[in-house]
Each structure stands twice: as C-alpha cells, then as structure tokens.
Write a protein that binds this ligand. Structure first.
Ligand code: GDP
Length: 142
C-alpha cells in the first residue's frame, strides 16, 4: 500500500463526549501521528444526522442511530496521515464496542453496538464526501 498522505473524517460521538472522553480520544489521535486539520463541537439536528446516515435509512436500527447521534454534542474532525482512512478505522476498532479489543478506541471508550464512541469513514471516497458534509473549505488549516 502506498504511503500517500490523505484525509479522513472522524466523529467523537455523543456517548464519548457525555462521558468526558473527548480529551482522551483527541490525545490518542495525536499519539498515533494524525494531524488534526479541522475540528468543531456540534450538536447534530435530526435532518443533519438523517442526511449523514442516509445509506442506513432502511436498516432496523436507523431510528435508534438518529436518536443517539442527536442526543448531545459531538466533535467532528478532519484527520490527516499516510493512508488516513484505514489507519483511523484500525485505531477505532470494530463497530461492536463489546467485541472491540482493549487498546482500540471503541474497545476502551464504547459500550455497545450503537454507542461505540467514534465514527470513521469506510472508504477514501466517502471520507471526502463526509468531510465536505460537515466542513467548508475555509475550516481546514493548511
Ligand atoms: P461503522 O462504519 O463501523 O460505524 O458501522 P456501520 O456503518 O455498520 O454503522 C453505522 C453506525 O450505526 C455504527 O457505528 C453504530 O453507531 C450504528 N449501528 C450499527 N449497527 C447497529 C445496531 O445493530 N444497533 C444500533 N442501535 N446501532 C447500530
């Protein structure tokens, strides 16, 4: 795999912000060599959460997912690193926090399948789409 520096999109979800873990997660982001190129604290509205997860609209957990993502503030971030998208997914661990190994972010800070502390884009293409869903061009640092 080439070592091209790329960007990915991350969310510190409402469960992690509520539990006071945003700082710990940002520390891990720094410790693992990601450069934060955009970051803000937002409280997602229902239309914003529904639009972001539109691909899951027909799934049985969609309602629960939107309730959760609108339940409190979250931190949205743009992360830069060599192969940022898979690197961030590796650091997060698998979707189900109860099965995520200790040492991964979801293993250490998530509590269930739904409340799993963080989001990370599932492909480089979706990373660009998701970054532009939450950030304007002027919100990225050089
Ligand atoms: P991800 O790419 O690892 O985040 O996983 P998915 O794209 O499959 O799912 C998106 C998000 O929906 C997950 O991160 C969870 O927060 C949530 N989710 C997935 N499956 C379930 C489920 O069975 N129940 C609930 N409540 N939420 C789920």
């Amino acid at each position: 795999m080439s070592e091209q520096v790329t960007r990915t999109f991350a969310i510190i979800k409402p469960d992690a912000v509520r539990a006071g873990n945003a700082g710990n997660i940002i520390q891990r982001i720094n410790d693992h060599g990601f450069k934060i190129v955009a970051m803000k604290l937002i409280h997602m509205s229902r239309p914003v959460a529904e639009g972001f997860y539109a691909v899951h609209r027909e799934r049985p957990f969609f309602g629960e997912l939107v309730e959760f993502m609108t339940s409190g503030p979250s931190v949205v971030l743009g992360l830069e690193k060599a192969n940022a998208q898979p690197a961030w997914r590796d650091l997060m661990g698998p979707t189900d926090a109860t099965k995520a190994p200790k040492g991964t972010i979801r293993g250490d800070f998530g509590t269930s399948m739904g409340e799993n502390a963080t989001h990370g884009s599932d492909s480089p293409e979706n990373a660009l789409i998701e970054l532009s869903y939450f950030f304007n061009a002027t919100e990225f640092v050089a």
